[in-house]
Design a protein around this ligand. Structure first.
Ligand code: TRP
Ligand code: SF4
Length: 331
């Protein structure tokens, strides 16, 4: 009997849009890692989705796919537990996307809040494309092909998941019930702040990346913003409004968190020393990931081997679902 014969299924994907940062790691990957212990997990690199905003510059997609997979594996995604694959290796994603596109009313897509926000946010690129509008239809295909019980996503993805359920319902009522409606699995981790105190995000240039070497991590922390009221070393601080203290809460021991909190308020500790402490904690947590990255980089065939096997497993499931779909549609 296969190891996951009776467990619920989980599916999630990430766009390969550059290097993973602490926010992605703590917000998504740590959650995936916990889920793989309990569920039959499918995790994939959504490289076709990256085209929806980056169709003009495709030169680095392969490299980003590989880097993303290395980050996942180094962070503890276990290919013996989870099925790890790349979207573009499974043509069924494109085929189901096409079939679903026939039944999705355009207004459903036009009123999608993520569509409107992103189009506003990303200036200087022509996003009046068919593919950008249809992004959630491709995402629905990604999801429905695997009939997952849960889809772990961030809050920003909830409209896409709701749309996926609406598409599933429409398909089921037009033809016959093929797709169960997937439920979201929200990450509990609070949002991670970047070195400038805003939400950590690649587009703000305030990230600490999993692939940053130790000196880079330490340097980024040195220049990180603190409580702006602490101008001089003798100024008392308020840790509750300091993003460095947020990092302490994630990376330091309970004693250090307590101590730093107290010493900041009385100016017994300066920001330079406080940051050094947080850097030590962070480096301690990142070290195993750096080792994992180094190991995978040193064995060039390993990543390919893992996605080849993952894609083979994913392909079996996707193929079966697509047969049900074409059968239901009498094609
Ligand atoms: N849209 C998701 C994001 O930007 C990535 C994604 C693509 C995805 N297909 C998916 C997530 C399917 C979950 C399930 O984060
Ligand atoms: Fe922030 Fe630490 Fe400086 Fe206090 S001592 S303001 S917590 S960096």
């Amino acid at each position: 009997m296969p190891p996951h014969a009776h467990t619920s299924r989980v599916l999630s994907g990430m766009q390969p849009s550059g290097l993973l940062h602490l926010g992605n790691w703590l917000g998504a990957l740590e959650n995936w890692k916990a889920l793989q212990e309990q569920y039959d997990c499918f995790f994939f690199v959504a490289d076709w989705h990256a085209l929806s905003t980056n169709y003009e510059n495709t030169s680095r997609i392969k490299e980003f796919n590989r880097e993303l997979l290395i980050d996942w594996l180094a962070a503890g995604i276990d290919p013996n537990r989870a099925t790890v694959f790349i979207q573009s290796r499974i043509p069924e994603h494109a085929m189901l996307h096409l079939l679903l596109s026939m039944i999705v009313p355009i207004p459903w897509l036009e009123r999608n809040p993520t569509y409107k926000e992103k189009r506003e946010e990303i200036k200087g690129r022509d996003l009046s494309t068919y593919g950008f509008l249809g992004y959630p239809v491709l995402q629905a295909a990604d999801i429905l092909l695997y009939k997952p019980d849960y889809v772990p996503v961030g809050k920003d993805q909830l409209p896409h998941l709701e749309l996926t359920r609406e598409i599933a319902r429409r398909f089921n009522s037009l033809y016959r019930p093929v797709f169960p409606e997937p439920k979201e699995h929200l990450t509990k981790f609070p949002k991670v702040l970047g070195t400038d105190g805003r939400k950590m995000s690649k587009s703000y240039g305030n990230t600490i990346n999993l692939s940053d070497a130790e000196p880079v991590v330490r340097q980024k922390l040195k220049t990180m913003v603190t409580d702006p009221a602490r101008v001089k070393r003798t100024d008392k601080g308020n840790p509750d409004i300091c993003p460095v203290y947020d990092f302490h809460k994630i990376f330091s021991s309970p004693q250090t968190i307590e101590q730093v909190g107290r010493d900041c308020r009385t100016a017994a500790i300066g920001c330079i020393d406080c940051k050094k402490l947080v850097a030590d904690g962070m480096v301690g947590r990142l070290a195993p990931i750096w080792e994992g990255r180094a190991r995978l980089t040193a064995t060039p065939g390993r990543v390919e081997e893992i996605v080849t096997e993952g894609s083979r497993r994913a392909s079996e499931v996707a193929h079966r679902t697509l047969e049900e779909v074409t059968d239901a549609m009498k094609l």
